[in-house]
Design a protein around this ligand. Sequence first.
Ligand SMILES: Cc1cc2nc3c(=O)[nH]c(=O)nc-3n(C[C@H](O)[C@H](O)[C@H](O)COP(=O)(O)OP(=O)(O)OC[C@H]3O[C@@H](n4cnc5c(N)ncnc54)[C@H](O)[C@@H]3O)c2cc1C
Length: 239
Amino acid sequence: MPTSNVSTASTTKMSKKITAIISLGTLLSLALIESNIDGSGSQMITGKHICVAAGGRPIIPDDVAGAEFGIDSDGFFYLEKQPKRVAIVGSGYIAAEFAGIFNALGSETHLFLRFDSFLRTFDPMIQEVLMKEYERRGIQMHKRCTIREKGIEKLGSGAVRFNYDDDGGKGTLEVDTLIWAVGRAPLTPDLHLDRVGVKTNEMGAIVVDEYQNTSTPGIYAIGDVTGNWELTPGIPSTT
Ligand SMILES: Cc1cc2nc3c(=O)[nH]c(=O)nc-3n(C[C@H](O)[C@H](O)[C@H](O)COP(=O)(O)OP(=O)(O)OC[C@H]3O[C@@H](n4cnc5c(N)ncnc54)[C@H](O)[C@@H]3O)c2cc1C
């Protein structure tokens, strides 16, 4: 946390040395952060050391017609009632987790995979055992799925219709909720890292070394914003 002399209603003194400022931060120049508190005005905060930990956001595809009729993992937490029929698109641990939850709760659950398995970066034995177990429990796996041009349609009943191709051929499915779990993107665009020379990779993630140093001395980055291990404990990358 950069040092600061700010003292407004939107700041919380957490200890003698830590003040939490509830606002969006943007890097203005080296060691200078603009912090727009509650949209009520900006203030500048300087710091000799700046650590960026902005995390990521779920991706909703921008090339699928009707993609906006699906929800993302944030929307999952806002669901007010359990969908009776649910389709989850994705193959990572979030997709696998959601499919397991809905199936355990008794929803008709469909999981749409791009290839033949989920958790493809995990140990093959884990993939194989879990795929079998999910199928045994009644989760309907749609392998080698692509979304047809018609994409996703919203029906008068409130349900959504999903038009796809999978290893079984052309298909159409009506569900109460469709969830995108197709990956997350680092929340770097609004930080203006270019102003301070912090390098990002082709995914927009901040490039760091094994000690979390960015390409700019005095600026560090940790967590999902670095795109390495997207896990709460933030295990340092070995790659
Ligand atoms: C559905 C789901 C299930 C998960 N399950 C697990 C699990 O079981 N185990 C596990 O280890 N991990 C799990 N994860 C991953 C885990 O949540 C993340 O790896 C972790 O939260 C990353 O921490 P972070 O601090 O890097 O980012 P975040 O937790 O995303 O925190 C970043 C914060 O920065 C704020 N922010 C962003 N931009 C700005 C800005 N410009 N100014 C000010 N603030 C800003 C954001 O609002 C956010 O509050 C899960 C994630 C999801 C989505």
